[in-house]
Structure formats: structure tokens, C-alpha cells
Design a protein around this ligand. Structure first.
Ligand SMILES: [Zn+2]
Length: 505
């Protein structure tokens, strides 16, 4: 069994730019993070799940003025939209951080002062090609057709300013050694290789302050400058756990952190961020999980590219769990995925409505007709066809190694084996109460365990199955996955199927 840190689990999402509203791409990241947080809570770990909004920078102040508002007014409005969306989608974050919080200003200033005192920040003249949308400078070689931002496909502009620079070049060897010492720190390995590729190309110092704008965290030793938005944003991971203000909390969660991030921000997280931590004298993060892009019809889903799919509409129409399940099951964490309503509906119908729902319905119908409407206790041993322990172990291992697809596939195998078992044993043909009790008891026990294993992915649906079975959702499932625990005794009333099939609207 993997156990990165036995007691605590700290997971973060990137904080989202407030230049748009939550879309399906950001929802994908949130669902994965939420699911991993839920798994770790259920596994009995002291879990802390952080998300939030990134509220500084040129782009935000421009969008604010486009909307006729002051930056602060604009970010206050946008932050509430993000909070409302995540609440509506049932995301179980522990802390929502905003980079305009006074507490964050303090952390940014003390963290970067530390780097300054350690001699890794200096002042120089900067001239470069800048994409306003990315808030990043590009080398000429990175541009498309020599003029366009590779992400936004529109022209970059030349900017010159006095800047403070972070001496990233001083960390080349230390970063390579860190990658060597911790081969599992960045996953999947394709993304690790990509980050190593950047480092091997040679690292240049990076400009980390601006004088051209004032919507940012002021540099404490030079008030003409504010920190560049990316520099301030990354530090949110430290603010939330009390860097410099609460050592007990900080030591509990750092460096046992799991940063979940999209592949487009790999360089910031997998190169700059570990180097910044080293420069400030703290350990780099333990784990960086890089996911792919969620596509819709082959296009990246993002507001700035014009392809947006509204997660709240999907959830209203089809249910939160249908969306969660599809996002988790059909995209290997690390690869790109493709979202379609048709795909979501057919996956939900096959796995949740049929495999899970019908199995439960068939068993409960037999309980009602042949067992006086009271669920039986389970037998002591699982039928062989379940391959129970092996499959349960596979689910646990998959959750523990951040592979939702593996966990859900093994869960579905368990359910299919129970359907096979019913076909083999045909309890509906029997008139022996003992026989039916053994068969149905075994299947209900399997349903209990599978529902517990599915709780992180489809909390609402799993909760409903457990409630039908008269099983309370436990605080920790660690000791609940053993076959033979179900005591039965739940009264079954005639009721509609729990998971009716979905239709494409
Ligand atoms: Zn750009």
C-alpha cells in the first residue's frame, strides 16, 4: 500500500483568474481535487483542500475597467461567482483563498523578502516580448509566425521596464538534483520529462516585479514596484497553511502537499516554484500532479478561446454525479479528455443506471417479494466470482496512486461480477428462504462495499444506495471494506428506481 504521508493530506488546485466564470475545464480540475480530498478524508487522513481566486495583474485590471469598475469591486464580484459555483457543485474545499486578502499580502512580502535577503533577487533593466493575456514574456523562438503568442494566437507587444529579477539560473543544478532525488515528485512521467527538458535547455533569470501597473502586492523594499502576478499567485499555497504565522499548521501540511495543475502551467509549478521554495529555504512540494486538457470537440475549453461549456447547466440538467462520474472515468489523469453530453449520458447509463442501479433494484425487489421486505445479513465469505479482495485492493491502490479511472473500473468489475453471480444462482427461481438469503445477502454486502469505494467520486448516489441498505456513511472507511460486515435489517418499501436512465436533451 502506498502511503505518501500517513497522517495528513494537503491538496491544492490552481487559483483561478477572475477574468471569467467557472467553466467545464476548471470544473474538471475541481472535481479531481475534490474526489482525491474526499478519498483521503474517508481514509482517515487529516485533509486540507485549498482552492481560490487569482485576483491581481494587468489583465484583471483591464477587464475591470472594461466593465466600468475598480479592480477591487470587480474581483469581489467575481470571487463570489466562483464560490457560488463550487458550492452549487458540492465541492468540499476547506479554504477558499483570495490573493487580495491582507493575510496573503503579508505572506507574499515575507516569503519574497526572505528570498531577497538570501541574495536571489536583484534589480535590472528588462526588455521583452509580452503577451497581455498570458501576463508572460516570450522568447522570439517561442512565438508563432515570429509575432503571435503560442497560446492566444495574437501579437505580443514589446515592453521595457526596470524590474527585480529572480536568480532562477542559480538553481539549475539544484533542480536537476531534486528531480533525481525525487523521481515521483512530478507525475505523470511524460510531464516530468517535459519539465526536465526546460531545465536542461538552461534557465534564465526571470523578472518578478512591475512598475507599469499598481494592481498587485507591493514590493516591501521598493514601493515603486508590485510583484508580478504569477509570483504572488504561487505563494497562496503557503498563505493558506500559515507560513510565517502558524508554524504548527505549516509543519503539519508542508511539504506534504499535492499540487494539482493543468499542463499549460507546468513551467510555473514544476520549475519556478520548487526553485522559489529552495531560495526561501523551505522544502519544495512533495507532489505535482499534472493533468491534461479537457477538450470539447477537440478544442480546449476555456473562456479566452471562446469554447465554454457551463458546468452548472450540465449539473442542473443531468445531475452533479453524472458529470463527476464522466469526468473521472473517461479521462486518465494526465491525458487529454474529450467531453460530450452524449458520452456523459451513455457512461452514466451503462455504469450507474444499469450496473449499479439495476443490481440494487433487482435485489430489493427480491427482498420485497421473498424475504418479507427486510434485507438479510450477509454470509461470512464472498462468492468466488466476486474476486472480492483482489478487486477491492485494486480500487484502494488506484485511489491511493491518484488514478480515478483504475478505481472506477475495478469498482464496475465488482458490480458486474455480482450481476454474473445473480445469473448463475437465479434466486428468483428458488423457494428456499435460506438460499435466497445467502445469495442476496452476498450481493447487498458487495453493494455496501462498492458504494463506500465510490463515495469519493459520486457522493450523492453512493449515499443514496447506503441509505437504502440502512448503512450510515462512516467517518472513515478504512476498516469497513472487509466482507462480512453487513447486518441487514433494513425495511424495503416499494419505490421507484434510484437511478433512472438519462436521455440526451
Ligand atoms: Zn498569450
Amino acid at each position: 500500500m502506498l502511503d505518501n504521508c500517513p497522517d495528513s493530506f494537503y491538496i491544492t488546485t490552481p487559483i483561478y483568474y477572475v477574468n471569467g466564470t467557472p467553466h467545464l475545464g476548471t470544473t474538471y480540475t475541481m472535481v479531481v481535487a475534490d474526489t482525491l480530498a474526499r478519498w483521503n478524508r474517508l481514509w482517515g487522513r487529516d485533509t486540507f483542500f485549498l482552492t481560490g481566486t487569482d485576483e491581481h495583474g494587468l489583465k484583471v485590471s483591464q477587464v475591470a475597467s472594461d466593465n466600468g469598475m475598480a479592480p477591487k469591486q470587480w474581483v469581489d464580484l467575481m470571487a463570489t461567482r466562483f464560490i457560488a459555483a463550487w458550492n452549487d457543485l458540492g465541492i468540499s474545499y476547506d479554504r477558499f483563498i483570495r490573493t487580495t486578502e491582507p493575510e496573503h499580502y503579508k505572506t507574499v512580502q515575507s516569503f519574497l523578502s526572505k528570498i531577497y535577503e538570501n541574495g536571489f533577487i536583484y534589480r535590472d533593466l528588462y526588455k521583452g516580448l509580452y503577451c497581455v493575456a498570458c501576463e508572460a514574456y516570450y522568447n522570439e523562438s517561442e512565438l508563432e509566425d515570429g509575432i503571435n503568442c503560442p497560446v492566444h494566437k495574437r501579437p505580443v507587444t514589446e515592453m521595457t521596464e526596470e524590474n527585480y529579477f529572480f536568480k532562477l539560473s542559480a538553481f539549475q543544478d539544484r533542480l536537476l538534483k531534486w528531480y533525481d532525488d525525487f523521481p515521483e515528485a512530478v507525475t505523470p512521467s511524460t510531464r516530468r520529462n517535459e519539465a526536465l527538458g526546460f531545465i536542461h535547455q538552461g534557465l534564465e533569470d526571470i523578472s518578478i516585479t512591475r512598475t507599469s501597473i499598481d494592481w498587485g502586492v507591493p514590493v516591501p523594499w521598493d514601493h515603486e514596484h508590485v510583484f508580478y502576478v504569477w509570483y504572488d499567485a504561487l505563494i497562496n499555497y503557503l498563505t493558506a497553511i500559515g507560513y510565517g504565522s502558524d508554524d504548527t499548521s505549516f509543519d503539519r501540511y508542508w511539504p506534504h502537499v499535492h499540487h494539482l495543475l493543468g499542463k499549460d502551467i507546468l513551467r510555473f509549478h514544476c520549475v519556478w516554484w520548487p526553485a522559489m521554495c529552495m531560495a526561501a529555504g523551505i522544502d519544495p512540494p512533495n507532489k505535482l500532479i499534472v493533468h491534461g486538457w479537457l477538450l470539447a470537440g477537440g478544442e480546449k475549453i476555456s473562456k479566452s478561446r471562446g469554447v465554454a461549456v457551463d458546468p452548472l447547466e450540465i449539473a442542473n440538467e443531468y445531475g452533479i454525479d453524472a458529470m463527476r462520474y464522466y469526468l473521472l472515468k473517461e479521462t486518465h489523469l494526465g491525458s487529454d479528455g474529450d467531453f460530450s453530453i452524449e458520452g456523459m449520458v451513455s457512461t452514466y447509463n451503462a455504469d450507474i443506471a444499469n450496473n449499479l442501479g439495476n443490481l440494487l433494484q433487482r435485489c430489493l425487489a427480491l427482498v420485497a417479494s421473498k424475504l418479507d421486505g427486510v434485507t438479510p445479513a450477509c454470509p461470512l465469505e464472498p462468492p468466488e466470482v466476486f474476486a472480492f479482495q483482489e478487486r477491492v485492493d485494486r480500487v484502494v491502490h488506484s485511489w491511493e496512486s491518484f488514478q480515478p479511472v483504475g478505481a472506477l473500473e475495478a469498482s464496475m468489475e465488482l458490480l458486474r461480477s455480482a450481476n454474473v453471480y445473480l445469473e448463475q444462482t437465479e434466486p428468483w427461481k428458488s423457494s428456499s428462504v435460506e438460499y435466497i438469503t445467502v445469495v442476496i445477502g452476498a450481493v447487498l454486502e458487495l453493494l455496501r462495499v462498492v458504494s463506500l469505494l465510490l463515495l469519493p467520486a459520486v457522493p450523492e448516489s453512493s449515499g443514496r444506495v447506503l441509505s437504502r441498505l440502512g448503512v450510515e456513511v462512516p467517518l472513515s472507511i478504512r476498516d469497513e471494506l472487509i466482507f462480512g460486515k453487513y447486518r441487514g435489517g433494513a425495511a424495503i418499501e416499494k419505490s421507484a428506481p434510484l437511478f433512472p436512465r438519462l436521455e440526451v436533451e
